[in-house]
Design a protein around this ligand. Structure first.
Ligand SMILES: Cc1cc2nc3c(=O)[nH]c(=O)nc-3n(C[C@H](O)[C@H](O)[C@H](O)COP(=O)(O)OP(=O)(O)OC[C@H]3O[C@@H](n4cnc5c(N)ncnc54)[C@H](O)[C@@H]3O)c2cc1C
Length: 463
């Protein structure tokens, strides 16, 4: 059986793409114009419209809602946020604890709101299990676990090899850390359900409408301009396609594979009855979920970045990446050596120069943006959206500062990425270093992180 490659994602192949919405018919006005119909843009429209029902909100989506990472991700709805440790250093531990608490609450918020809106997104709140299978990974796992507990996660648990195997039998796993603040989702069911909910509230969504330029109070498209006091850029990995934003966030690729549904006898061997989302402590880490129909969907980095910030070819990924992901799958579960891979695909995430997610409303121009989530945007997009709602309400005099507008990631500024070829060289060197470090840690059984990885982290600005 041959593997389907691309077609946006397995999730779309399973669900089918919804009927297209009309493009922007011409010039128009709105109170708020949201650019991008992924989780960030749609949640923002959702919360704004709920808070102020008379607002005229227009969403402009270049392709169709969920075309980006929101329709392609690994379905980890979890409490990680890119940049928390850096925010702790800049704003103090307490501020970062508040950010972490807000992320923990965000997982609950998404699960609750999906239920309220009758969005059936195969949500299963089994938490997140991250495993270690080399001595160096185990040392990192323990350090990671302590840090998370110090940021307020007192309900996180550290497991040895036997307790890990009681949950999921990953070959050679020597330990794991589990947090209850995570759920498995079906990404496309969430994004299409959310788009429908937003529309039902009275928000206008135009698809096949790429915004070429954003200026204060203007979103410019080939079909007309939307004039609005607030224009919100929610375009994550595709941000370089907008005029003037080539070096704002780097579009980083992530690729995935999904197996055919696995029979009960294989699940008896693997375990995974709790359907936790599953990850590891490698530098070039993997992430996986057990789907509602009993497949394994597993992702990792693949070719990390394409020259000149090129973003997409409808989700196709390289044959070498499919082989590499299959290797990880079999390394985790050798019994799966012969199972067919039904689908492979890829997508882009947005990576800021300092690897810190952010949400901002520039009060002098009415321009806002949220993103730079790196690999942790499924939940973070929801927190960003509620924060944009509060920032707009504050700006328009309807409320004062809130618990969300005072979080340390609000209004964060970061420098732009280097021009090419430095950008390409930098990212490729970084991931080559991570792969080398993973290989050396596995082959030498050293109990410490390989210095190549530490150096790569420092040089890249990642830690
Ligand atoms: C393969 C993969 C796996 C991932 N796995 C996970 C995971 O398991 N857990 C997790 O937390 N995060 C994960 N992520 C990241 C997460 O999916 C994203 O952070 C999140 O979906 C970002 O949502 P968004 O709405 O900001 O961006 P996107 O979902 O990328 O949406 C941006 C939208 O804007 C549109 N757009 C772009 N430019 C324009 C323009 N000029 N005009 C109009 N519209 C435009 C795009 O078509 C797109 O629909 C993964 C990402 C990928 C690629």
């Amino acid at each position: 059986m041959s593997t389907v490659n691309g077609g946006i994602s397995f999730w779309y192949a399973q669900e089918g793409t919804p009927p297209p919405r009309e493009p922007l018919p011409g010039d128009t006005t709105a109170d708020v114009c949201v650019v991008g119909g992924g989780y960030t843009g749609l949640w923002t429209a959702y919360y704004l419209k709920k808070a102020v029902p008379f607002l005229n909100i227009v969403v402009l989506e270049g392709k169709f809602c969920g075309y980006g990472a929101s329709g392609r991700n690994g379905g980890w709805l979890y409490n990680g946020i890119a940049g928390r440790d850096r925010y702790a250093r800049a704003h103090g531990h307490e501020a970062a604890v508040r950010l972490q608490q807000a992320m923990n609450d965000t997982v609950t918020e998404v699960v609750r709101t999906a239920a309220d809106e009758n969005i059936d997104a195969d949500i299963h709140q089994g938490g997140v299990l991250e495993v270690a299978y080399t001595p160096a990974q185990l040392a990192r796992l323990k350090a990671f676990h302590s840090v998370e507990v110090a940021f307020g996660e007192r309900d996180r648990e550290l497991y040895g090899a036997r307790e890990t195997a009681d949950r999921v039998r990953v070959t050679g796993a020597v330990g794991s850390s589990w947090t209850p603040h995570g759920a498995r989702i079906h990404p496309v069911k969430l994004v299409t359900g959310l788009a429908a909910a937003v529309e039902a509230l009275g928000v206008t969504i135009h698809e096949a409408t790429p915004v070429t330029e954003i200026k204060p109070k203007h979103a410019i498209t080939p079909y007309g301009t939307v004039r609005a006091p607030y224009v919100l850029r929610c375009t994550e990995g595709f941000t370089p396609t907008i005029k003037g934003h080539k070096r704002t966030w780097l579009p980083m690729n992530s690729s995935m594979i999904a197996t055919e549904p696995l029979p009960p006898e294989i699940w008896d061997e693997i375990g995974w009855a709790g359907r936790e989302t599953l990850g590891d402590m490698a530098h070039a880490y993997m992430y996986a979920q057990r789907t509602a129909d009993d497949r394994i969907a597993l992702g990792g980095r693949g070719i990390p970045y394409r020259y000149g910030s090129r973003t997409d070819n409808d989700g196709r990924t390289q044959a070498a990446t499919i082989d590499a992901l299959r290797e990880i799958l079999v390394r985790f579960f050798p019994r799966l050596a012969g199972v067919p891979i039904a689908h492979a695909w890829s997508g882009v995430l947005g990576v800021p120069r300092d690897w810190c997610a952010t949400v901002t409303l520039d009060r002098s121009t009415g321009l806002g943006w949220a993103g730079g989530y790196v690999g942790s945007g499924v939940a973070t997009a929801n927190l960003a959206a509620r924060t944009l709602r509060d920032l707009i309400q504050q700006d328009s005099g309807q409320s004062g500062p809130t618990d969300l507008t005072t979080l340390p990631w609000v209004g964060h500024k970061v420098r732009r990425w280097e021009p090419e070829p430095l950008r390409w060289l930098g990212v490729h060197t970084l991931y080559a270093a991570y792969r080398t470090a993973d290989h050396r840690e596995a082959s030498t059984h050293t109990p410490t992180t390989d210095p190549i990885a530490t150096l790569a982290d420092r040089i890249s600005g990642r830690h």
